[in-house]
Ligand binder design. Sequence first.
Ligand code: ADP
Ligand code: F6P
Length: 324
Amino acid sequence: MGRKISTIGVLTSGGDAPGMNAAVRAVVRTATAHGLRVIGVRKGYNGLLDEDYIELDAKSVAEIINRGGTFLYTARSPRFMTEQGQQQGADMCRKHGIEALIVIGGDGSYRGAQKLASLGINTIGVPGTIDLDIACTDYTIGFDTAVNTAMSAIDKVRDTSTSHERCSIIEVMGRHAGYIALSCGIANGAEDILLPEFYDYDEEKLARHIIDTRKKGKRHHIIVNAEGVGHSTSMARRLQAATGVTTRTTVLGYVQRGGSPTARDRVMASMMGSYAVDLILKGARNRIVSWRNGTYVDYDIDEALAMQKEIDSYEIRVSKALCR
Ligand code: ADP
Ligand code: F6P
């Protein structure tokens, strides 16, 4: 059992993700139920440096579980990338009596948290990113909503693609990872799925596949392309020239980041937010909350950030077998 603490902070950082609000709500309600004071830090690490703080109580997080985005706002903070910024962040925690800071964000936000930890501030990470690209966890808050949003959009593009007998390249987010693309590719029954982890830049093969599916009587050809592969517009031009099939590009962009979180995201966010507070109450230091093999676990922050993640090869095999 660690030293009894009285005040914690919570912030959201990096790209916003649906479910971040539910996570903050869970942090606040669990912490205040145990008599802790909660300081909400607005605008990620920028707000930490600028002392942009608000007091949070159970009532202040009412009406947010169903809302996308983050009511604490978020930011990418170049200032916090510097040693001076990190030292200032740690000083601010001490100045305001923040004895533990819960950071809801992605891999980059964890690297910031790791710096604070090395400066003596207890930091607890909660995975919040649509990209699912955090190595220590099988789930990140926002992924399910983003995939469902993209899936609905791709279904709509497919209607037009079929009606006009076109090929469509639809680019989805994910930064350097292909998790959103792979899930959408399977869920939308795409003819091709391009992943940064495996893309071999073989456009001739793609063109042959478009011609083959046409010969088999397919009226559309949907290619889900991950942002990490990119170049969707120029790819469409080249494929159209090579196949004679009208080929259009749709880049889904930020529609995938916003919107009301799905049930899965609300539940995962609520559980992970509460888990983070439970860790603090138990006296744990510098941990990352994770979902692993169907259960909630936590890892040391250094250990978590040293882990590597690989996209599921079985899912890839299945997706390829179904793209016919
Ligand atoms: P995400 O958390 O979604 O991966 P970013 O990679 O943009 O998003 O990281 C969010 C913020 O975390 C950055 O703007 C920066 O302030 C901080 N951060 C990222 N990497 C580091 C690092 N190596 N050291 C310190 N802070 C970092
Ligand atoms: O991390 C979420 C994400 O939407 C990525 O999929 C994408 O690469 C990136 O953020 C876009 O970042 P920005 O918010 O700076 O446009």
